[in-house]
Design a protein around this ligand. Structure first.
Ligand SMILES: Cc1cc2nc3c(=O)[nH]c(=O)nc-3n(C[C@H](O)[C@H](O)[C@H](O)COP(=O)(O)OP(=O)(O)OC[C@H]3O[C@@H](n4cnc5c(N)ncnc54)[C@H](O)[C@@H]3O)c2cc1C
Length: 362
């Protein structure tokens, strides 16, 4: 029996575990992966994400995060460019999540890896290596639902699939996206291409499952489609894939705002609590923020209801605005009108990037 049991060692889980251990609580964290692994993510770390990591004593620049201060939005032949209102970083989850878990271990968290949580029943949790009980359970398994999990974060339709691949781009393509996140909008989805650490690039995309089906359903078919697009095809033509296969996710639902948890002592964090549109690149900050809020509530003996109230207040506006943008992107006419407006007033892109952030952490 520990004070807190954290299920899942992604951003939300590790952040909450580090903070709770720092507050003198006994903490066990269970992560199903036994070593570093790739995750579906555009790996655009916003300034809010950076703030949270720095507050945990982690310097993402020292980890190799590459500065990104420009955003480019492409749709058909159009490309709109603007400076971001902050300097973000491109940093792989392969590296970042591992450093967070190491930091949790150093902070005194009992980190157990290679163990899968299989089900929950109130405060009892079953795993592939036995049972656990704790006063507080922090549910941070990302998009993965656990049997018996009553957080009710799911329920909406899940019409999207996601892919991610790291590439080494030819020098001219790498130069073209230096310091830049390029967002390529297409019918049924969008792709983000940006540099990450060690001179490599991340291509991450979200596509409607029906559109994916029309294309033939495979990664190769998606790449073939991307290679036909202006502002994208040239960059990818001679790109060397650096992962054996892309990271994929089949069922993505967006726009899940925090809902009151059903059980006392059970704190849903990160994507278990809410999922914002990934187009805006602020999900990591939201996940970290939920970890901070939950750790503070558990450490101070506040109820799950208090956590829900505080967390919802923090993230509701961001999710609402991000989902409005996603809606525009999904509707061809609105997308064309939007990009026309941005082409006429590129400074608006700067404001949109600002409006779809959490408040900064201080
Ligand atoms: C396509 C896409 C692109 C995105 N791009 C960006 C971006 O560019 N910038 C940004 O800020 N956000 C982005 N996001 C959002 C961001 O990736 C997520 O919001 C964030 O990773 C959520 O963190 P988390 O800690 O909740 O979950 P995760 O990071 O998913 O961590 C969950 C952890 O739980 C573990 N786990 C799962 N099930 C079990 C189990 N049964 N037992 C034990 N362990 C388990 C997993 O192995 C994992 O380590 C993107 C999301 C998507 C889908």
């Amino acid at each position: 029996m520990t004070d807190a049991l954290v299920l899942g060692g992604g951003l939300a889980g590790s952040a909450s575990a580090i903070l709770l251990a720092g507050a003198g609580k006994s903490v066990t964290l269970i992560e199903r992966e036994s070593g570093p692994h790739h995750k579906i993510c555009g790996e655009f770390l916003s300034i809010q994400g950076r703030d949270h990591l720095e507050a945990l004593g982690i310097d993402p620049v020292a980890l190799g995060g590459t500065p990104i201060d420009m955003v480019e939005l492409c749709s058909g032949a159009r490309l709109v460019r603007s400076r971001l209102p902050f300097t973000a970083l491109g940093l792989s989850r392969y590296r970042l999540d591992e450093v967070l878990l190491e930091s949790a271990d150093r902070s005194g968290v009992d980190v157990r890896r290679g163990i899968r949580v299989t089900s929950m029943d109130g405060h009892r949790v079953s795993t592939s290596a036995g049972g656990h009980e704790a006063g507080a359970i922090l549910l941070a398994t990302g998009k993965h639902r656990i049997r018996g999990d009553r957080t009710e974060a799911d329920g909406g339709p899940d019409p999207f699939a996601g892919f991610k691949m790291h590439f080494r781009l030819p020098p001219s393509a790498h130069r073209a996206i230096a310091g830049t996140i390029r967002l390529i909008l297409f019918d049924g989805g969008y792709a983000g291409l940006q540099p990450v650490e060690d001179g490599t690039a991340n291509l991450c995309l979200v596509i409607r499952k029906d559109r994916l089906g029309e294309l033939g359903g495979s990664w190769d078919a998606v790449m073939a489609m991307l290679r036909t697009l202006p502002h994208c095809g040239d960059l990818l033509r001679d790109a060397e894939p650096l992962m054996e296969r892309p990271a994929t996710i089949a069922n993505l639902a967006y726009g899940i705002a925090p809902r009151p948890a059903m059980a006392e002592g059970l704190y849903p964090l990160g994507d278990r609590a809410c999922m914002t549109a990934s187009l805006t690149g602020d999900g990591m900050a939201l996940a970290l923020r939920s970890g901070f809020v939950a750790a503070s509530c558990v450490a101070q003996g506040e109820t799950v209801r208090d956590y829900h109230r505080r967390h919802a207040r923090e993230v509701h506006g961001q999710v609402r605005r991000a989902m409005a943008l996603q809606h525009i992107q999904e509707t061809r006419l609105l997308r064309q009108a939007g990009i026309g407006l941005l082409a006429a007033f590129p400074g608006l892109l700067h404001h949109l990037a600002q409006a779809t952030r959490l408040r900064r952490w201080s």
